[in-house]
Design a protein around this ligand. Structure first.
Ligand code: NDP
Length: 406
C-alpha cells in the first residue's frame, strides 16, 4: 500500500493514472501533478476512484520539493517531458522519494539524448538509500526487458539485437505524432546511430530501410533504422552484443510531411525572431499539430513492437523474436487513449509496482534491464500487454528493400 505522485498529465500520464487507479491494493493513494492542473482534473474525472491533483512546475526544484514534502509519496512516476528528468531527480533526492521515468534526459538546446546526465546520479541515490528506475515505458522499457528476458531464458550468449517498432495505426490526419510532437520530431530527425563492432556507427537519418512482415496478420511495413536511447544502455549492459539496431515504421505520408517541414525550417530548435518575439519553430509546429492525447477515438489498427535476438544456446545458433501486439481501439475502450500512450503507460505502472513491492528496489540508478525481468514480464501478461516469444529459423534476415541505403 503506497502513495505515488505522477508528474505530467499528457497522453502517457493519463494512461499511467488509469492503470495505477485500477490497482488500489498497490497504489493506495495517487496524486497527479502537472503544469496545468485542469488537465489533471479532466483525467481524475474519468476514474471511478478519487485521486488528488496539483499544479506544479517541474522545472522548478524548490517548488516540486515543497509539493513532495507536503504530499510525502513513496515514489514519483515522471511522465512529463525529458527536459524535466534532472530537476525531478533533484527534488526526489531533496524530499527522500524514489523515482521512475520513461525517457532519458535531453537538454532543450541540443537535440541529443544520452544517459550520462542521469547515470551521474548513481552515488547520490545510492547514498540516500533511494531507487531510480530509468526508461520504464515500452521503448525504452519493455524492449529492454524483452532483451533481458530472452538473454536470461533462451541464450548462453546474445550477439545481435534488432528492436522493431511498428505502428500500423491510422488516425486519419495528414500528419500527427503519437506522442509529444516536439520530442517525437527531435528523435526521428536525428542522425542514426547503431551499435556495431564495439562502437556506435553514425549514418544519415532514415538512410536504411527494410520490409517487415508482422506476425498475426498485423501487416507488412517499411521500417527505417534510427537511433533510440535503449541502444546506449543495452550495448553497455550486454557487452557481448556485436550489433544492436532500432527500427521504426513510418508511412510514406509521414515521411513526406516531415521532409517538407524540415526543408522549410519548421523542425528547427533555434529561436527565430518574429514580430519582436522569439519563436522556436518546432514548438510552434507542435502547437499546430493535433494533441496526441486527442488521437484515441480516431486511431484504428495495431502496434507490434518486439525484439529479435540472435545468439548461441548450447553451441548452436538461435534466433528468437519476442513481441507484443496492441490494438488502438481496445486501448481506447479501456482507458480512453490510443495504443502508443497505452504501451508506454502500462510498463510505467508495472515498473512502479515492481519498485513499490520490492522486487526492483535497490539504492542507486538503474536501467530497467538491470532489474529482474521475470516479475515484470508476468505482469505484462496480467495488465494488458500480453507477449509471445517465438523461435525463428536462424537463416531469417530482415529483408532489406532493394536500394535500401536511401
Ligand atoms: P505530452 O506532451 O502529452 O505530456 C507531457 C505532460 O507533461 C503535459 O501534461 C505537460 O504539461 C507536462 N509538463 C511539461 N512540462 C512540465 C513542467 N515543467 N512541469 C510540469 N508538467 C510539465 O507527452 P506524452 O504524454 O506523449 O509523453 C510523456 C513522456 O513519455 C515524454 O517524456 C515522452 O518522451 C515519454 N514517452 C516514452 C515512450 C516510451 O516508450 N518509453 C513512448 C512515448 C512517450 P502541459 O499539459 O501544460 O503541456
Amino acid at each position: 500500500m503506497s502513495k505515488v505522485m505522477i508528474i505530467g498529465a499528457g497522453g502517457v500520464g493519463a494512461v499511467v493514472t488509469h492503470k495505477c487507479a485500477q490497482l488500489p491494493e498497490v497504489f493506495s493513494e495517487i496524486v497527479l501533478a502537472s503544469r496545468n492542473e485542469a488537465k489533471c482534473k479532466a483525467i481524475a474525472g474519468q476514474l471511478d476512484r478519487p485521486i488528488k491533483t496539483a499544479q506544479v512546475d517541474a522545472d522548478n526544484v524548490g517548488e516540486l520539493t515543497a509539493l513532495l514534502q507536503k504530499e510525502q509519496p513513496e515514489l514519483v512516476i515522471n511522465v512529463a517531458l525529458p527536459y524535466q528528468d534532472l530537476t525531478i531527480m533533484d527534488a526526489c533526492l531533496a524530499a527522500g522519494v524514489h523515482y521512475l521515468d520513461t525517457a532519458n534526459y535531453e537538454p532543450r538546446d541540443t537535440a541529443k539524448f544520452e544517459y550520462k546526465w542521469q547515470w551521474a546520479y548513481q552515488d547520490r541515490f545510492a547514498q540516500a538509500g533511494l531507487t531510480a528506475i530509468l526508461g520504464s515505458g515500452f521503448d525504452p522499457g519493455a524492449t529492454n526487458l524483452f532483451t533481458a528476458y530472452l538473454a536470461k531464458h533462451y541464450f548462453d550468449e546474445i550477439h545481435e539485437l534488432d528492436i522493431i517498432d511498428v505502428n500500423g495505426g491510422d488516425h486519419g490526419y495528414p500528419f500527427a505524432t503519437n506522442f509529444n510532437p516536439e520530442i517525437n520530431i527531435r528523435e526521428v530527425s536525428a542522425e542514426c546511430r547503431h551499435w556495431e563492432g564495439g562502437q556506435f556507427v553514425t549514418t544519415p537519418p532514415m538512410s536504411k530501410m527494410a520490409r517487415f512482415e508482422c506476425p498475426e496478420n498485423v501487416g507488412a511495413f517499411n521500417i527505417y533504422r534510427m537511433y533510440h536511447e535503449e541502444l546506449e544502455s543495452l550495448s553497455k549492459h550486454f557487452p557481448g552484443l556485436r550489433r544492436a539496431q532500432f527500427w521504426m515504421s513510418f508511412s510514406d505520408n509521414y515521411l513526406k510531411h516531415l521532409e517538407v517541414l524540415e526543408n522549410v525550417g519548421m523542425t528547427g530548435i533555434e529561436p527565430v525572431e518574429y514580430q519582436g518575439q522569439q519563436i522556436v519553430p518546432i514548438q510552434f509546429l507542435a502547437r499546430l499539430l493535433p494533441d496526441p492525447s486527442s488521437l484515441g477515438p480516431r486511431t484504428r489498427g495495431k502496434t507490434c513492437i518486439g525484439c529479435m535476438v540472435r545468439g548461441v544456446k548450447q553451441g548452436s545458433e538461435r534466433l528468437m523474436y519476442l513481441y507484443n501486439i496492441c490494438d488502438h481501439q481496445e486501448c481506447y475502450r479501456e482507458v480512453q487513449s490510443q495504443a502508443i500512450s497505452y504501451t508506454t503507460g502500462v510498463p510505467a505502472m508495472i515498473g512502479a509496482k515492481m519498485l513499490l513491492e520490492g522486487s526492483w528496489r535497490r539504492p542507486g540508478v538503474w536501467n530497467v534491464e538491470q532489474c529482474d525481468p521475470d516479475p515484470f514480464m508476468a505482469d505484462m501478461n496480467r495488465y494488458g500487454l500480453p507477449w509471445k516469444a517465438i523461435e525463428l529459423d536462424p537463416q531469417f534476415q530482415l529483408d532489406l528493400v532493394k536500394g535500401a541505403d536511401l
